[in-house]
Design a protein around this ligand. Structure first.
Ligand SMILES: *Cc1c(COP(=O)(O)O)cnc(C)c1O
Length: 235
C-alpha cells in the first residue's frame, strides 16, 4: 500500500505533467491529445504503477527484461507494457511471449530486428517497434546512425511480423535544453525524409524528465517519464 503522502506526491506530479503537456503543445500549435505519456517504471513498485494507472496513465515502460518479467508475473492483470531499454537478442523470446508487451521502443540493429521477426513469427503475432536513432552520434549510446535508417527500412520490408510504428531517440544529458532541441529536430526531420520515401512513421518517442517540454514543441507523440512522475527511483 502507498501512504497518503506518496499518493499525494505522485498525484501532484501527474497533474503538473498534464499542465506542462498542454502548455508545450499549445505553444507549438499542437493538440495535447496527440501526446501519449509513457510512465517509465523501472525501480518503482507495482503499487506505484497501479496508482498511476488509476490516475489515467495507460502505457507503462520498463527498461530491463528481467524487471518487466518479475512485475508481469506478480500481476498478470492486463497492463499496456512498453519496452524502452537496450534489448539483448537472447531476451527477445520473453517479450514475444507476453501478449501485452505492445511496443518495443528500442530496435537498434538489423540483427535485433531479425530476432524479433523470428520470435514474433514463432508466437504467431505481430510485434510493434520503434526504431532507435542515435541522433547525437554519441558513442556511448545504442541506435542506428541517421543515414542508416532508409537502407535499413528497405531491407526490413521482408519482415512480415514486424510493424514499424515510428522513431525513438535518447539524447545525451545536456545542461542546456536547446541542445536537446537540435537533436529532437533532427529526429523529426529524419521521419519526414522516411515518409518521403514512402515509409510511414507516425510515432516520435522523444523527451524524458529533463527535456519533455522541448520534445513536445518539436513534435514528440510519446514522452517517456520516470522521475518526473514517480519521483526518484528506489533501487
Ligand atoms: C529511464 C528511462 C527513461 C525515463 O527517465 P527519466 O529521466 O526518469 O524520466 C526514459 N527512457 C528510457 C529509455 C529510460 O531508460
Amino acid at each position: 500500500m502507498l501512504s497518503r503522502d506518496e499518493k499525494d506526491e505522485i498525484e501532484d506530479n501527474y497533474y503538473r505533467i498534464q499542465d506542462n503537456i498542454i502548455e508545450a503543445a499549445e505553444s507549438a500549435g499542437r493538440n495535447a491529445d496527440e501526446i501519449k505519456l509513457v510512465a517509465i517504471s523501472k525501480g518503482q513498485s507495482l503499487n506505484k504503477i497501479n496508482f498511476v494507472r488509476e490516475l489515467g496513465v495507460h502505457a507503462i515502460g520498463e527498461s530491463r527484461v528481467q524487471e518487466l518479467r518479475d512485475k508481469e508475473e506478480k500481476q498478470p492483470e492486463e497492463i499496456d507494457w512498453h519496452f524502452v531499454g537496450h534489448l539483448q537478442r537472447n531476451k527477445v523470446k520473453y517479450l514475444a511471449r507476453m501478449d501485452n508487451c505492445n511496443l518495443i521502443h528500442s530496435l537498434d540493429s538489423l540483427r535485433l530486428a531479425k530476432e524479433i521477426e523470428k520470435r514474433a513469427a514463432k508466437n504467431k503475432r505481430e510485434m510493434s517497434v520503434l526504431i532507435q536513432i542515435n541522433v547525437a552520434r554519441d558513442e556511448n549510446k545504442f541506435g542506428f546512425m541517421p543515414e542508416d535508417l532508409i537502407p535499413f527500412l528497405e531491407k526490413a520490408e521482408q519482415f512480415d511480423n514486424l510493424s514499424f510504428e515510428g522513431l525513438m531517440t535518447l539524447v545525451p544529458h545536456y545542461d542546456d535544453n536547446e541542445e536537446a532541441r537540435e537533436d529532437f529536430k533532427k529526429l523529426a526531420d529524419l521521419r519526414r525524409r522516411a515518409e518521403e520515401k514512402g515509409f510511414e512513421m507516425p510515432e516520435l518517442s522523444m523527451g524524458m524528465t529533463n527535456d519533455y517540454k522541448v520534445a513536445i514543441e518539436e513534435g514528440a507523440t510519446m514522452i517517456r517519464l520516470g522521475r518526473e512522475l514517480f519521483g526518484e527511483r528506489q533501487y
